[in-house]
Design a protein around this ligand. Structure first.
Ligand code: 5GP
Ligand code: ZN
Length: 109
């Protein structure tokens, strides 16, 4: 999608601190981290929000990469939190589906 911040980040048109990339996803550090480790994982395919993600294969792929990146790239052996904010009422600010990985400290509820 042409006018999407995260599509532009995934395409390298806007710089980011990349932590992982493959054919399906792009992962980068959040610009305003809320934990010592705060990484965003996005599908390269533009999907605005979880409500629009009707393809179970896409969602399965995304969660597989969350697990892989958290455990094998970020090495969050003590654990981590995964958050997907859904639409404005859920705190979503960027309308390209993304999962947050938060870790590096014990997280309060
Ligand atoms: P949301 O609130 O939509 O779930 O999360 C969007 C996240 O994107 C926020 O945590 C925000 O800090 C992050 N963010 C917004 N703009 C940029 C940017 O240009 N670069 C990076 N790396 N993160 C961004
Ligand atoms: Zn997009």
């Amino acid at each position: 999608m042409t006018d999407c911040l995260f599509c532009k980040i995934a395409a390298g048109e806007i710089p980011s601190d990349k932590v992982y990339e493959d054919d399906d996803v792009f992962a980068f550090k959040d610009i305003h981290p809320k934990a010592p480790v705060h990484v965003l994982i996005i599908p390269k395919q533009h999907v605005a929000t979880l409500t629009d993600a009707k393809d179970p294969a896409l969602l399965g792929m995304l969660m597989d990469r969350v697990r892989k990146i958290a455990d094998e790239v970020l090495n969050l052996a003590k654990g981590y939190r995964v958050i997907i904010n859904v639409r404005s009422g859920g705190g979503q600010e960027v309308f390209h589906l993304h999962a947050h990985i938060l870790g590096g400290k014990v997280l309060p509820f």
